[in-house]
Design a protein around this ligand. Structure first.
Ligand code: 5GP
Length: 194
């Protein structure tokens, strides 16, 4: 990467149960590229272990709506037909720029498609599992969601898979170490050409 160039935007999506969170956390700790995870805003209530301004910015529906009207979001979407809104604040992209780091977004497909329109040069990666049944098994193993929520997430997973080919890269997450290597290689070659 030349001195005047800045790292860009890295988007990672994948259905619930694709192992996304593990990949995100591992990348943040081992990637040679400088990554800054953008903290999303959401109207979803926090889970017991979640911390405001670290896992998410937890906003009331009213505040989310006001900030949306003020144009503060790069993208936002109602995810999993849950009634809950999620969005990437433009200020998070700015924060990454100021740190000279990749703005690392873990967002759903709808959000990713919007980011692709605004930033066609964004590095977009879709994560899948080798076997479609893995999504359901991993979701159930997590044991944090009700049956109704699981069914909605499986439905969303089926929908999301249809858009995998819109991403610049599609990675089958069958082995964590290999997935991480592949993503690091992608980032390195992007940094080399820019
Ligand atoms: P969870 O409620 O399990 O934390 O996240 C549910 C889904 O919301 C995940 O699929 C995640 O990718 C998506 N998500 C998280 N943050 C954002 C965001 O800022 N924008 C969009 N469009 N989706 C998000």
């Amino acid at each position: 990467m030349s001195e005047t160039q800045q790292p860009g935007i890295l988007v990672l999506s994948g259905p619930a149960g694709s192992g996304k969170t593990t990949v995100v956390n591992r990348l943040l700790s081992v990637s040679p590229a400088k990554l800054m995870k953008c903290i999303s805003a959401t109207t979803r209530p926090p889970r017991p272990e979640e911390v405001n301004s670290s896992d998410y910015y937890f906003l009331s529906t009213e505040e989310f709506e006001q900030r949306r009207e003020r144009g503060e979001f790069l993208e936002c979407a109602e995810v999993h037909k849950s009634g809950n809104w999620y969005g990437t604040l433009k200020s998070e992209i700015e924060r990454a720029r100021n740190e000279n780091a990749w703005a690392f977004l873990e967002i759903d497909v709808e959000g990713a498609l919007n980011v692709m329109q605004a930033y066609p040069q964004a590095v977009t990666i879709f994560l899948t599992t080798p076997n479609p049944d893995d999504y359901e098994r991993r979701l159930r193993e997590r044991n944090t969601e009700s049956e109704e929520v699981i069914q909605k997430r499986l439905q969303t997973a089926r929908e999301e898979l249809k858009h995998a080919d819109r991403y610049r890269f599609c990675i089958v997450n069958d082995e964590l170490a290999r997935t991480i290597d592949e993503i690091n290689d992608i980032l390195k070659s992007e940094e080399d050409v820019s």
